[in-house]
Design a protein around this ligand. Structure first.
Ligand SMILES: *Cc1c(COP(=O)(O)O)cnc(C)c1O
Length: 420
């Protein structure tokens, strides 16, 4: 045992990491924005690359000693271009939020108008929500979804765009269970002379794997995190087709917003993109959607109210109002049963953001563990049992939670998570 090993230097943190690893192994991860990275991706993140400063871009740095880092970043860029079919990729944004900020810096002046989906309808904070810098320093206008369909109404988006003349339009979001109509957004952006930014943070893995239409050829700029369905490390990328947009983005990321890129993350992104370029990943992406559809069907058959009536991707948004339970107590009870979800506002929610009506679930994580349609039906049944018991009687719910938790542990044993 090396005397500089983590558990020797800092047993407290080492034990907590072990505990988290155990928790992740024993629970069914249904959080739509999470996934399990491979051992290879994990290995790349924990390396000496974290020691190196590399402000600038490959071939044009402000520090010496870039012989290796330049090769790593170039590989990441080339793989991103190949996987997504774009001409330019910037792999340096620290995460999805800074990546989106770079879009503002590249294409907007303070006070100018940005259009995005409102947060309560499934947009992201960085698409101009009021508490975000993007909502405070710019002039945000917001579209939502129709009450009757739970889907974006492109006529409404067009009307709003024609009236407000945004300089940037964001499409994409965090709680959208349906296919995003990139061609329709592109047409509107063109009509009003706006830059179209497709934020595919949630669906990047599905796009890479051919299980969701690609924004390439429609969006001027594509923003994505690398750690959701794409199954890479925590990080982000910005992609573009035109040289002009690419130059603006590169300048905005560095020196506009950031200093040195996180090279260990860049290496892990490269590994994840290599994995995402395989036939196995295409199968994975397809299975993520099949699993979400199976889980949605099971939940619908058990009387759950799904926003938009189902799903086309990895994500399900449920309104628990008909079940007589709030989203928060339901998510907490499910977590106790080993089913990890998050409470979420639903469109036109009548409850407060900290105690909303819905829960959001996703199938990226469970699919990474090799679970299929049969397991989705079982998970749907468990969700129903816990939520229905909670609605009836808290004491009875305790027994149901205990039983389900035991069954969840049994299932997870048979589907070891990658990387753990
Ligand atoms: C997750 C997400 C982000 C932000 O990513 P962070 O890495 O959490 O900053 C931005 N946009 C969308 C649509 C997302 O889903």
């Amino acid at each position: 045992m090396a005397d500089n090993a983590l558990h020797v230097v800092d047993p407290e943190i080492a034990d907590l990491i072990k505990a988290e690893e155990r928790r992740q192994a024993d629970t069914v991860k249904l959080i739509a924005s999470e996934n399990y990275v491979s051992k290879a991706v994990l290995a790349a993140t924990g390396t000496v690359l974290t020691n190196k400063y590399s402000e600038g871009y490959p071939g044009k740095r402000y520090y010496e000693g870039q012989q290796v880092i330049d090769q790593i970043e170039t590989l990441a860029i080339e793989r991103a271009k190949a996987v997504f079919g774009v001409n330019h990729a910037n792999v340096q944004p620290y995460s999805g939020s800074p990546a989106n900020l770079a879009i503002y810096l590249a294409f907007l002046q303070p006070g100018e108008t940005v259009m995005g989906m409102g947060l309560p309808f499934g947009g992201h904070l960085t698409h101009g929500w009021s508490v975000s810098a993007t909502g405070k320093w710019f002039n945000p206008v917001r579209y939502g979804v129709r009450k009757d369909t739970g889907r974006v109404d492109m006529d409404e988006v067009r009307e709003l765009a024609l009236r407000e003349r945004p300089k940037v339009i964001f499409c994409g979001g965090t709680a959208i269970p349906r296919i995003i109509d990139f061609p329709a957004f592109a047409e509107i952006a063109k009509e009003v002379g706006a830059v179209l930014a497709a934020d595919i943070a949630h669906i990047a893995g599905l796009v890479a794997g051919g299980a969701h239409p690609s924004p390439v050829g429609y969006a001027d700029v594509i923003s994505t995190t690398t750690h959701k369905t794409l199954r890479g490390p925590r990080g982000a990328m910005l992609m573009a087709t035109s040289d002009e947009h690419a130059a603006a983005i590169n300048k905005a990321v560095f020196p506009g917003l950031q200093g040195g890129p996180h090279n260990h993350t860049t290496a892990a992104i490269a590994v994840a993109l290599r994995e995402a370029g395989t036939e196995a990943f295409r199968d994975y992406a397809r299975q993520v959607v099949l699993n979400a559809k199976a889980l949605a069907e099971e939940l619908i058959s058990r009387g759950f109210d799904l926003v938009s009536g189902g799903t086309d991707n990895h994500l399900i948004l449920m309104d628990l109002t008909p079940k007589g339970v709030g989203g928060k107590p339901a998510a907490q009870a499910l977590d106790k049963a080993g089913l990890e979800t998050n409470y979420n506002t639903v469109p036109f929610d009548t409850r407060k953001p900290f105690d909303p009506s819905g829960i959001r679930i996703g199938t990226a994580g469970v699919t990474s563990r090799g679970m299929g349609v049969a397991e989705m039906r079982q998970i749907g049944a468990w969700i129903d049992q816990v939520v229905s018991a909670l609605a009836k009687d808290e004491e009875e719910a305790k027994h149901v939670i205990l039983r389900v938790h035991g069954e969840v542990r049994e299932l997870t044993k048979h589907f070891p998570a990658p990387g753990l």
